[in-house]
Design a protein around this ligand. Structure first.
Ligand SMILES: Cc1ncc(COP(=O)(O)O)c(C=O)c1O
Length: 401
Protein backbone atom coordinates (compact mmCIF):
# COMPACT_ATOMS: atom_id res chain seq x y z
CA UNK A 1 0.00 0.00 0.00
CA UNK A 2 1.32 3.44 -0.86
CA UNK A 3 0.62 6.68 0.95
CA UNK A 4 1.72 8.79 -2.01
CA UNK A 5 -0.88 10.63 -4.07
CA UNK A 6 -1.51 9.26 -7.56
CA UNK A 7 -0.78 12.64 -9.13
CA UNK A 8 2.88 12.13 -8.24
CA UNK A 9 3.13 8.86 -10.14
CA UNK A 10 3.64 10.74 -13.41
CA UNK A 11 6.15 13.27 -12.08
CA UNK A 12 9.90 12.67 -12.25
CA UNK A 13 12.45 14.24 -9.88
CA UNK A 14 14.79 16.81 -11.47
CA UNK A 15 17.24 15.09 -13.86
CA UNK A 16 20.00 17.65 -13.29
CA UNK A 17 19.68 17.20 -9.52
CA UNK A 18 19.88 13.42 -10.04
CA UNK A 19 23.05 13.75 -12.13
CA UNK A 20 24.60 15.94 -9.46
CA UNK A 21 23.73 13.38 -6.82
CA UNK A 22 25.34 10.59 -8.89
CA UNK A 23 28.45 12.80 -9.21
CA UNK A 24 28.51 13.37 -5.43
CA UNK A 25 28.11 9.65 -4.76
CA UNK A 26 31.04 8.85 -7.05
CA UNK A 27 33.14 11.62 -5.50
CA UNK A 28 32.39 10.20 -2.04
CA UNK A 29 34.24 7.02 -3.09
CA UNK A 30 37.38 9.11 -3.65
CA UNK A 31 37.05 9.70 -7.41
CA UNK A 32 37.95 13.18 -8.70
CA UNK A 33 34.65 14.08 -10.42
CA UNK A 34 33.99 17.31 -12.34
CA UNK A 35 30.32 18.07 -11.83
CA UNK A 36 28.90 19.97 -14.80
CA UNK A 37 25.35 18.89 -13.98
CA UNK A 38 23.76 21.83 -12.18
CA UNK A 39 23.40 25.34 -13.59
CA UNK A 40 24.61 27.49 -10.78
CA UNK A 41 26.95 30.49 -11.14
CA UNK A 42 30.18 29.93 -9.21
CA UNK A 43 30.52 33.65 -8.37
CA UNK A 44 29.65 35.30 -5.06
CA UNK A 45 26.59 37.55 -4.94
CA UNK A 46 27.47 41.28 -4.96
CA UNK A 47 28.87 42.22 -1.52
CA UNK A 48 26.37 45.04 -0.90
CA UNK A 49 23.52 42.57 -1.37
CA UNK A 50 24.80 40.24 1.34
CA UNK A 51 25.54 43.16 3.66
CA UNK A 52 22.01 44.51 3.48
CA UNK A 53 20.55 41.11 4.33
CA UNK A 54 22.75 40.99 7.45
CA UNK A 55 21.62 44.49 8.40
CA UNK A 56 17.97 43.48 8.02
CA UNK A 57 18.46 40.47 10.24
CA UNK A 58 20.32 42.49 12.87
CA UNK A 59 17.54 45.09 12.86
CA UNK A 60 15.12 42.21 13.35
CA UNK A 61 13.13 43.05 10.26
CA UNK A 62 12.39 39.35 9.95
CA UNK A 63 8.61 39.16 9.95
CA UNK A 64 6.18 37.77 7.41
CA UNK A 65 5.69 40.11 4.48
CA UNK A 66 2.82 40.62 2.07
CA UNK A 67 2.37 37.36 0.18
CA UNK A 68 3.30 38.73 -3.21
CA UNK A 69 6.37 40.51 -1.85
CA UNK A 70 7.19 43.74 -0.04
CA UNK A 71 5.91 46.88 -1.78
CA UNK A 72 9.54 48.11 -1.97
CA UNK A 73 10.72 45.02 -3.83
CA UNK A 74 7.73 45.03 -6.13
CA UNK A 75 8.40 48.69 -6.94
CA UNK A 76 12.04 47.79 -7.66
CA UNK A 77 10.78 45.06 -10.01
CA UNK A 78 8.50 47.57 -11.82
CA UNK A 79 11.49 49.86 -12.19
CA UNK A 80 13.62 46.97 -13.54
CA UNK A 81 11.01 46.21 -16.23
CA UNK A 82 10.85 49.91 -17.15
CA UNK A 83 14.63 50.42 -17.23
CA UNK A 84 15.74 47.19 -18.90
CA UNK A 85 12.78 46.11 -21.00
CA UNK A 86 10.86 49.32 -21.67
CA UNK A 87 7.75 47.81 -20.05
CA UNK A 88 5.29 49.64 -17.80
CA UNK A 89 3.79 47.59 -15.00
CA UNK A 90 2.17 48.70 -11.76
CA UNK A 91 2.85 47.06 -8.40
CA UNK A 92 -0.37 45.02 -8.48
CA UNK A 93 0.82 43.38 -11.70
CA UNK A 94 3.97 42.01 -10.00
CA UNK A 95 4.44 38.78 -8.05
CA UNK A 96 7.47 37.71 -6.01
CA UNK A 97 8.05 34.08 -5.04
CA UNK A 98 10.75 31.65 -3.93
CA UNK A 99 12.56 31.60 -7.25
CA UNK A 100 11.32 31.64 -10.82
CA UNK A 101 10.43 28.02 -10.25
CA UNK A 102 7.85 28.85 -7.61
CA UNK A 103 6.48 31.62 -9.80
CA UNK A 104 5.88 29.05 -12.55
CA UNK A 105 4.48 26.54 -10.08
CA UNK A 106 2.03 29.12 -8.69
CA UNK A 107 0.99 30.23 -12.18
CA UNK A 108 0.28 26.67 -13.29
CA UNK A 109 -1.57 25.78 -10.11
CA UNK A 110 -3.70 28.87 -10.64
CA UNK A 111 -4.54 28.15 -14.28
CA UNK A 112 -4.15 24.53 -15.39
CA UNK A 113 -7.17 22.22 -15.40
CA UNK A 114 -7.08 18.48 -16.06
CA UNK A 115 -6.32 17.85 -19.74
CA UNK A 116 -5.13 21.37 -20.55
CA UNK A 117 -2.24 21.36 -22.99
CA UNK A 118 1.03 23.25 -22.49
CA UNK A 119 3.32 23.80 -25.45
CA UNK A 120 6.90 23.35 -24.30
CA UNK A 121 9.30 23.75 -27.24
CA UNK A 122 11.99 21.06 -26.94
CA UNK A 123 14.67 21.21 -25.72
CA UNK A 124 13.01 22.65 -22.61
CA UNK A 125 13.94 23.32 -18.99
CA UNK A 126 13.50 20.01 -17.13
CA UNK A 127 10.97 21.29 -14.63
CA UNK A 128 8.35 22.53 -17.13
CA UNK A 129 6.76 19.21 -18.12
CA UNK A 130 6.90 17.82 -14.60
CA UNK A 131 5.13 20.87 -13.16
CA UNK A 132 2.55 20.71 -15.93
CA UNK A 133 1.81 17.06 -15.15
CA UNK A 134 1.54 17.76 -11.44
CA UNK A 135 -1.57 19.80 -12.17
CA UNK A 136 -3.07 17.38 -14.70
CA UNK A 137 -1.71 19.29 -17.68
CA UNK A 138 -0.52 17.60 -20.87
CA UNK A 139 2.92 18.64 -22.13
CA UNK A 140 3.06 19.11 -25.91
CA UNK A 141 6.73 19.19 -26.85
CA UNK A 142 7.41 20.09 -30.49
CA UNK A 143 11.02 19.44 -31.49
CA UNK A 144 13.05 22.57 -32.23
CA UNK A 145 16.23 21.09 -33.73
CA UNK A 146 19.67 22.61 -34.11
CA UNK A 147 18.86 23.43 -37.77
CA UNK A 148 16.30 26.00 -36.60
CA UNK A 149 18.71 27.28 -33.96
CA UNK A 150 16.73 25.36 -31.30
CA UNK A 151 14.02 28.01 -31.79
CA UNK A 152 10.29 27.54 -32.18
CA UNK A 153 9.13 28.60 -35.64
CA UNK A 154 5.67 30.02 -36.44
CA UNK A 155 4.80 26.92 -38.50
CA UNK A 156 5.69 24.52 -35.70
CA UNK A 157 3.79 26.67 -33.20
CA UNK A 158 0.68 26.81 -35.38
CA UNK A 159 0.70 23.02 -35.77
CA UNK A 160 1.01 22.49 -32.01
CA UNK A 161 -1.97 24.66 -30.99
CA UNK A 162 -5.34 23.04 -30.30
CA UNK A 163 -8.53 24.32 -28.62
CA UNK A 164 -7.16 22.77 -25.39
CA UNK A 165 -3.89 24.75 -25.46
CA UNK A 166 -3.65 26.76 -22.25
CA UNK A 167 -0.01 27.91 -22.28
CA UNK A 168 2.92 28.42 -24.60
CA UNK A 169 6.25 28.47 -22.75
CA UNK A 170 9.17 30.39 -24.20
CA UNK A 171 12.57 30.51 -22.54
CA UNK A 172 15.28 32.82 -23.76
CA UNK A 173 18.21 32.59 -23.62
CA UNK A 174 17.25 28.94 -23.45
CA UNK A 175 18.28 26.30 -21.00
CA UNK A 176 19.78 23.99 -22.28
CA UNK A 177 20.34 25.37 -25.81
CA UNK A 178 21.29 29.01 -25.18
CA UNK A 179 18.96 30.07 -28.03
CA UNK A 180 17.94 33.73 -28.12
CA UNK A 181 15.01 35.10 -30.18
CA UNK A 182 15.25 38.30 -32.18
CA UNK A 183 12.43 40.85 -32.12
CA UNK A 184 11.33 39.75 -35.61
CA UNK A 185 11.22 36.10 -34.59
CA UNK A 186 9.10 36.94 -31.55
CA UNK A 187 6.79 39.13 -33.62
CA UNK A 188 6.24 36.22 -36.00
CA UNK A 189 5.28 33.95 -33.10
CA UNK A 190 3.06 36.74 -31.75
CA UNK A 191 1.23 36.89 -35.09
CA UNK A 192 0.33 33.21 -34.71
CA UNK A 193 -0.83 33.76 -31.14
CA UNK A 194 -3.04 36.66 -32.25
CA UNK A 195 -5.23 34.02 -33.91
CA UNK A 196 -5.52 31.88 -30.76
CA UNK A 197 -6.84 33.95 -27.85
CA UNK A 198 -7.13 30.90 -25.56
CA UNK A 199 -3.32 30.60 -25.36
CA UNK A 200 -1.42 32.33 -22.57
CA UNK A 201 2.31 32.97 -22.89
CA UNK A 202 4.84 32.29 -20.18
CA UNK A 203 8.17 33.84 -21.07
CA UNK A 204 10.98 32.63 -18.81
CA UNK A 205 13.63 35.34 -19.12
CA UNK A 206 15.82 34.29 -16.19
CA UNK A 207 19.00 34.29 -18.35
CA UNK A 208 18.21 37.72 -19.82
CA UNK A 209 21.58 39.22 -18.89
CA UNK A 210 23.69 36.40 -20.22
CA UNK A 211 23.78 36.93 -24.00
CA UNK A 212 26.88 36.74 -26.18
CA UNK A 213 28.48 38.32 -29.25
CA UNK A 214 26.81 41.65 -28.51
CA UNK A 215 23.36 40.16 -29.02
CA UNK A 216 20.53 42.34 -27.70
CA UNK A 217 17.92 40.79 -25.47
CA UNK A 218 14.31 41.49 -26.41
CA UNK A 219 11.58 40.58 -23.93
CA UNK A 220 8.42 38.95 -25.25
CA UNK A 221 6.59 41.79 -23.52
CA UNK A 222 8.39 44.35 -25.70
CA UNK A 223 8.06 42.41 -28.96
CA UNK A 224 4.39 41.44 -28.54
CA UNK A 225 2.67 44.28 -26.64
CA UNK A 226 -0.71 43.21 -28.05
CA UNK A 227 -0.47 40.01 -25.97
CA UNK A 228 0.10 41.87 -22.71
CA UNK A 229 -3.11 40.73 -21.04
CA UNK A 230 -2.17 37.06 -21.49
CA UNK A 231 1.60 37.17 -21.01
CA UNK A 232 3.46 36.31 -17.82
CA UNK A 233 7.07 37.45 -17.87
CA UNK A 234 9.16 35.41 -15.44
CA UNK A 235 12.55 36.46 -14.13
CA UNK A 236 14.58 36.46 -10.93
CA UNK A 237 17.88 37.23 -9.27
CA UNK A 238 19.33 33.67 -9.29
CA UNK A 239 21.33 33.83 -12.49
CA UNK A 240 21.94 37.55 -13.08
CA UNK A 241 23.30 38.24 -9.58
CA UNK A 242 24.62 34.77 -8.66
CA UNK A 243 21.90 34.50 -5.99
CA UNK A 244 20.51 31.00 -6.57
CA UNK A 245 20.23 30.05 -2.90
CA UNK A 246 18.49 33.29 -1.91
CA UNK A 247 15.42 31.99 -3.72
CA UNK A 248 13.86 35.14 -5.13
CA UNK A 249 12.02 35.13 -8.43
CA UNK A 250 9.48 37.57 -9.79
CA UNK A 251 6.99 38.02 -12.59
CA UNK A 252 4.88 40.63 -14.32
CA UNK A 253 1.48 39.71 -15.68
CA UNK A 254 -2.23 40.44 -15.87
CA UNK A 255 -3.85 41.44 -12.56
CA UNK A 256 -6.30 38.54 -12.38
CA UNK A 257 -3.52 35.99 -12.82
CA UNK A 258 -1.26 37.75 -10.29
CA UNK A 259 -4.15 37.80 -7.83
CA UNK A 260 -4.78 34.07 -8.29
CA UNK A 261 -1.06 33.40 -7.81
CA UNK A 262 -1.25 35.41 -4.57
CA UNK A 263 -3.97 33.10 -3.31
CA UNK A 264 -1.82 30.04 -4.05
CA UNK A 265 1.19 31.60 -2.37
CA UNK A 266 -0.64 32.85 0.71
CA UNK A 267 -1.97 29.33 1.36
CA UNK A 268 1.40 27.64 0.85
CA UNK A 269 4.66 29.39 1.76
CA UNK A 270 3.08 32.73 2.86
CA UNK A 271 5.95 34.82 1.48
CA UNK A 272 9.61 34.81 0.52
CA UNK A 273 11.89 35.34 3.54
CA UNK A 274 12.09 39.02 4.43
CA UNK A 275 15.89 39.52 4.30
CA UNK A 276 16.09 37.68 0.96
CA UNK A 277 13.52 40.11 -0.46
CA UNK A 278 15.50 43.07 0.86
CA UNK A 279 18.64 41.59 -0.72
CA UNK A 280 16.90 41.11 -4.08
CA UNK A 281 15.71 44.72 -3.94
CA UNK A 282 19.31 45.84 -3.34
CA UNK A 283 20.47 43.74 -6.29
CA UNK A 284 17.90 45.31 -8.63
CA UNK A 285 18.42 48.87 -7.40
CA UNK A 286 22.20 48.82 -6.90
CA UNK A 287 25.15 49.04 -9.27
CA UNK A 288 24.89 46.62 -12.17
CA UNK A 289 28.58 46.29 -13.04
CA UNK A 290 28.92 42.76 -11.62
CA UNK A 291 26.12 41.56 -13.89
CA UNK A 292 28.29 42.70 -16.78
CA UNK A 293 31.47 41.07 -15.46
CA UNK A 294 29.63 37.77 -14.88
CA UNK A 295 28.38 37.95 -18.48
CA UNK A 296 31.90 38.51 -19.79
CA UNK A 297 33.22 35.55 -17.80
CA UNK A 298 30.45 33.32 -19.17
CA UNK A 299 31.28 34.40 -22.72
CA UNK A 300 34.99 33.55 -22.25
CA UNK A 301 34.02 30.13 -20.95
CA UNK A 302 31.55 29.61 -23.78
CA UNK A 303 34.32 30.36 -26.29
CA UNK A 304 36.69 27.97 -24.58
CA UNK A 305 34.19 25.12 -24.49
CA UNK A 306 33.10 25.62 -28.12
CA UNK A 307 36.71 25.56 -29.25
CA UNK A 308 37.51 22.44 -27.21
CA UNK A 309 34.41 20.47 -28.18
CA UNK A 310 34.86 21.30 -31.86
CA UNK A 311 38.24 19.53 -31.76
CA UNK A 312 36.35 16.33 -30.94
CA UNK A 313 35.18 15.00 -34.30
CA UNK A 314 32.29 12.93 -33.03
CA UNK A 315 30.60 15.82 -31.17
CA UNK A 316 28.74 18.86 -32.48
CA UNK A 317 28.22 22.26 -30.88
CA UNK A 318 27.16 25.53 -32.44
CA UNK A 319 28.16 28.47 -30.25
CA UNK A 320 25.39 28.97 -27.68
CA UNK A 321 23.92 32.48 -27.97
CA UNK A 322 23.40 32.92 -24.24
CA UNK A 323 22.92 31.29 -20.80
CA UNK A 324 25.68 29.12 -19.37
CA UNK A 325 25.30 25.70 -20.91
CA UNK A 326 26.61 23.79 -23.89
CA UNK A 327 24.11 21.39 -25.46
CA UNK A 328 26.41 18.99 -27.23
CA UNK A 329 25.21 16.77 -30.07
CA UNK A 330 26.42 13.17 -29.76
CA UNK A 331 24.59 11.35 -32.59
CA UNK A 332 27.90 9.89 -33.82
CA UNK A 333 28.42 8.16 -30.47
CA UNK A 334 25.15 6.23 -30.53
CA UNK A 335 25.89 2.57 -31.29
CA UNK A 336 29.56 2.91 -30.32
CA UNK A 337 31.20 0.19 -28.19
CA UNK A 338 32.89 1.16 -24.95
CA UNK A 339 36.24 -0.44 -23.95
CA UNK A 340 34.31 -2.69 -21.57
CA UNK A 341 32.14 -3.94 -24.43
CA UNK A 342 28.81 -2.23 -23.76
CA UNK A 343 26.98 -0.40 -26.53
CA UNK A 344 25.97 3.27 -26.13
CA UNK A 345 22.30 2.89 -27.03
CA UNK A 346 21.20 6.47 -26.29
CA UNK A 347 22.29 9.74 -24.70
CA UNK A 348 21.54 8.40 -21.22
CA UNK A 349 24.22 5.76 -21.86
CA UNK A 350 26.56 8.45 -23.22
CA UNK A 351 26.17 10.55 -20.06
CA UNK A 352 26.71 7.46 -17.90
CA UNK A 353 29.83 6.58 -19.90
CA UNK A 354 31.19 10.11 -19.42
CA UNK A 355 30.60 9.92 -15.68
CA UNK A 356 32.08 6.42 -15.34
CA UNK A 357 35.09 6.87 -17.61
CA UNK A 358 35.80 10.62 -17.90
CA UNK A 359 34.48 11.38 -14.41
CA UNK A 360 32.57 14.30 -15.87
CA UNK A 361 28.92 14.70 -14.83
CA UNK A 362 26.67 15.83 -17.72
CA UNK A 363 22.88 15.65 -18.13
CA UNK A 364 21.51 13.50 -20.99
CA UNK A 365 19.43 15.28 -23.63
CA UNK A 366 16.51 12.94 -22.93
CA UNK A 367 15.82 15.06 -19.84
CA UNK A 368 15.25 18.10 -22.10
CA UNK A 369 13.11 16.29 -24.66
CA UNK A 370 15.56 16.43 -27.58
CA UNK A 371 18.09 13.65 -28.21
CA UNK A 372 20.83 12.63 -28.72
CA UNK A 373 22.58 15.38 -26.79
CA UNK A 374 24.18 15.96 -23.44
CA UNK A 375 24.30 19.23 -21.54
CA UNK A 376 27.25 20.57 -19.62
CA UNK A 377 27.05 23.66 -17.46
CA UNK A 378 29.75 26.24 -18.13
CA UNK A 379 29.19 27.95 -14.79
CA UNK A 380 32.46 26.69 -13.41
CA UNK A 381 36.10 27.80 -13.53
CA UNK A 382 38.03 27.88 -16.81
CA UNK A 383 40.57 25.44 -15.36
CA UNK A 384 37.87 22.90 -14.53
CA UNK A 385 36.15 23.35 -17.87
CA UNK A 386 39.39 22.86 -19.75
CA UNK A 387 40.14 19.69 -17.79
CA UNK A 388 36.57 18.44 -18.37
CA UNK A 389 36.82 18.95 -22.14
CA UNK A 390 40.16 17.09 -22.24
CA UNK A 391 38.65 14.22 -20.28
CA UNK A 392 35.64 14.06 -22.61
CA UNK A 393 38.01 14.00 -25.62
CA UNK A 394 40.01 11.11 -24.13
CA UNK A 395 36.86 9.13 -23.28
CA UNK A 396 35.41 9.63 -26.78
CA UNK A 397 38.75 8.52 -28.32
CA UNK A 398 38.48 5.22 -26.44
CA UNK A 399 35.18 4.32 -28.12
CA UNK A 400 34.96 1.87 -30.98
CA UNK A 401 32.67 3.59 -33.51
C1 LIG B 1 15.04 28.16 -17.55
C2 LIG B 1 15.08 28.23 -16.07
N1 LIG B 1 14.05 28.77 -15.42
C3 LIG B 1 14.03 28.84 -14.08
C4 LIG B 1 15.08 28.34 -13.33
C5 LIG B 1 15.01 28.42 -11.84
O1 LIG B 1 15.29 29.70 -11.39
P1 LIG B 1 15.11 30.08 -9.85
O2 LIG B 1 16.42 29.82 -9.18
O3 LIG B 1 14.78 31.53 -9.88
O4 LIG B 1 14.02 29.23 -9.31
C6 LIG B 1 16.18 27.77 -13.97
C7 LIG B 1 17.29 27.20 -13.17
O5 LIG B 1 18.08 26.41 -13.59
C8 LIG B 1 16.18 27.71 -15.38
O6 LIG B 1 17.20 27.17 -16.03
Amino acid sequence: MTHIATRLSVVKPSASMAVSQAAKDLAATGVDVIDLGLGEPDFAAPAHVTEIAFAEARANRMLYTASLGTPDLRRAVCEKFRRENGLEYSVDEIAVANGAKQIIFNALMATVDEGDELILPAPYFVSYPEMAKLFGGVPVTPACPAESGFRLTPEVLEAAITPRTRWLFLNMPGNPSGAVYSRAQLEALGAVLDRHPQVMILSDEIYEHITFDGRAFVSVGAACPQLRDRTLIVNGVSKAYAMTGWRVGYAAGPRDLIKAMATVQSQSCTSVSAPAQRAAQAALEGPQDEVQSFREAFERRRNMVVEGIRQINALTLDPPEGAFYAYIGCAALIGAHTPSGTVLEDDVAVAKYLLDVAHVAAVPGTAYGLSPYFRISTATSEAELSEAVSRIARAVAQLDR
